[in-house]
Design a protein around this ligand. Structure first.
Ligand SMILES: Nc1ncnc2c1ncn2[C@@H]1O[C@H](COP(=O)(O)OP(=O)(O)OP(=O)(O)O)[C@@H](O)[C@H]1O
Ligand SMILES: [Mg+2]
Length: 364
């Protein structure tokens, strides 16, 4: 707020609609830094949530509006993210073409071969990453120094995006843009780190596995394993209602000890989710190492996030099993917030990573 009618500081919402929860954060930009104004969330028991929140845009929109109101949000300017499970993402190399239209046409022709749906039924977005010179021809061959461009292309079905638009319409929020979960997580957890980093977002029903090289998602996969898998196992094994199983799961940390005999002292009940996860992580490493357009090829560390990254000994188990550096990410690291909230924010941080990354987009 300057003296001469400078622009009023604006605030922005990041709205994350997960499989069984809604999270909202509101940031304003102060001296160019994302500053927390408020936050809120609603969690549904997995049984009630159905398969995903998108099946019923009206009910989900009403819930978004409720969380918005209860959190005391002011802005109606919202950013949302498409879940990795519904996003197509690829990195392509195309020859340099000056004409923008022709360049996009070259990208579209490549993408058309790769997408599960016809391009006409999708909305895609292309980001050109860099110009990259190809090697000169060998001796005797003509010296073609043809330049190529790398492009990140993401997309999703129009019908799916339509559901988003509906949710926000019902919630009376103005949807500024739709991002992907991967890009939001990169903003919240990696920032400008230039290496090759894996982000593991362990949610309720799904785990997203990403490999990010120099800030660009090279691998984005979503698998149907998450904290809910553990809750359901406890329901079956202990014959208790879901809410009770959820409580027991959250208390596992107190009982965790190195005596389980598993890597990192992982509690035995977590083995059935962590073992398949390790297989998927190894598979992602292989995919990435084999990518022609990747430059680093070897992942140097893993950042875990998502509500189920709270499960005890998860980073320790992964670190020992994969013999690498694994730690819980701090999505608040680049955000200014009141010191007295530090403990609460630390507790909810892993669940809020996507929402935080979304609200940060408007600060860029
Ligand atoms: N303290 C805790 N200890 C263990 N698990 C926890 C804890 N807090 C939250 N969880 C689990 O985290 C999960 C919710 O995480 P998150 O909010 O990241 O998922 P989501 O985004 O709603 O779902 P998805 O990513 O599958 O779409 C639930 O399974 C919940 O039981
Ligand atoms: Mg999530």
């Amino acid at each position: 707020m300057g003296l001469f009618g400078k622009k009023k500081p604006k605030s922005f919402l990041g709205v994350d609609i997960g499989a069984s929860s809604i999270k909202i954060v509101e940031f304003e930009s102060k001296k160019g830094r994302a500053t927390l104004l408020t936050y809120g969330y609603a969690e549904l028991p997995s049984m009630e949530a159905g398969d995903t929140m998108f099946e019923d845009p009206k009910a989900t929109g009403a819930l978004v509006a409720r969380v918005w109101k209860e959190a005391g949000c002011k802005s109606t300017s919202a950013m949302a993210a498409l879940p990795t499970s519904n996003v197509f993402s690829t990195i392509l190399s195309i020859p340099e073409v000056k004409d923008k239209k022709l360049r996009q046409a070259a990208v579209d022709a490549e993408v058309e071969k790769l997408t599960p749906l016809p391009l006409s039924e999708m909305i895609t977005q292309t980001t050109f990453l860099d110009g990259k010179k190809e090697k000169k021809g060998k001796k005797g061959e003509p010296k073609t120094k043809q330049k190529t461009f790398r492009a990140l292309v993401t997309g999703s079905a129009k019908t799916f995006i339509q559901k988003y638009i509906e949710i926000f319409k019902v919630a009376k929020l103005s949807l500024q843009a739709i991002d992907t979960e991967s890009l939001a997580l990169i903003r919240a957890l990696i920032g400008k780190d230039k290496g090759a980093i894996m982000i593991l977002d362990i949610g309720s029903k799904r785990t997203n596995i990403m490999i990010v090289e120099k800030g660009v998602p090279f691998v984005s996969r979503s698998i149907n394993i998450g904290g809910n898998t553990v809750t359901q196992q406890l329901v079956q094994a202990m014959k208790v209602p879901e809410a009770e199983a959820e409580r027991i799961k959250r208390d596992l940390g107190m009982a965790a000890s190195t005596a389980s005999g598993l890597a990192g002292g992982l509690p035995k009940v977590l083995e059935p989710i962590m073992q398949p996860l390790v297989n998927e992580i190894r598979y992602a490493f292989q995919l990435y190492a084999g990518m022609e357009l990747a430059e680093v090829k070897e992942v140097e560390k893993i950042i875990v996030t998502g509500g189920s990254s709270h499960l005890p000994r998860v980073p320790e188990y992964l670190a020992e099993t994969l013999n690498m550096n694994v730690y819980r990410g701090d999505p608040w690291a680049r955000v200014v917030y009141p010191a007295e909230l530090a403990a609460v924010l630390e507790e909810i941080g892993p669940r809020m990573s996507v929402a935080i990354g979304l609200a940060m987009r408007e600060m860029e």
